[in-house]
Write a protein that binds this ligand. Sequence first.
Ligand code: ZN
Length: 200
Amino acid sequence: MHGCILFFDFFAALMYNTPSSHPHPLADFRYCPRCGSDTFAPHDEKSNRCPACGFTYYYNPAAATAALILNDRNELLVCRRANDPARGTLDLPGGFCDVGETAEEGVVREVAEETGLRVLRADFLFSLPNSYLFSDFVVATVDMFFRCRVAEDEAQPEAHDDASELLWIPLDALRPEAFGLASIQRGIRRFLDGATFPAP
Ligand SMILES: [Zn+2]
């Protein structure tokens, strides 16, 4: 059986012209989750299909959010990541959207969970693709950046959940390279460029 998998991996690499350094995104998914067959294998470059029962699964990015929150001193709220990947580096409040919620609801929930702050308004700015290593598996995401306004009477955030520390950093002191996740680093650069920043 192992030989079959190796053979199929080799065949799939030829078929989809996939360099060996970029294995099929579902290479770890070798058994059909519906019928248990060991023939669950790449169908095209982004899906696996089970020839035994016909079940097909597509590898699509997960929706995620990142919040840009400024105080009245023009300082940006950033958090220090409590967990891998990129543990200890800077990040923005945010996270994966739950099934059934909008991205706006997701960013409101994540900001509340990580900082205790109540978002009154969330304006979409732009999105960036990212990949995120979790459980030794590459999770593809599309990160949606929101400019968030929070309740002013609750301007003392406290770190919870995925954040080990919260910091207000003046915009002119922000160093994008201190942000450990690639899309967040790119998002910070884009935010600082101001190209897509809406008027308050
Ligand atoms: Zn099956």
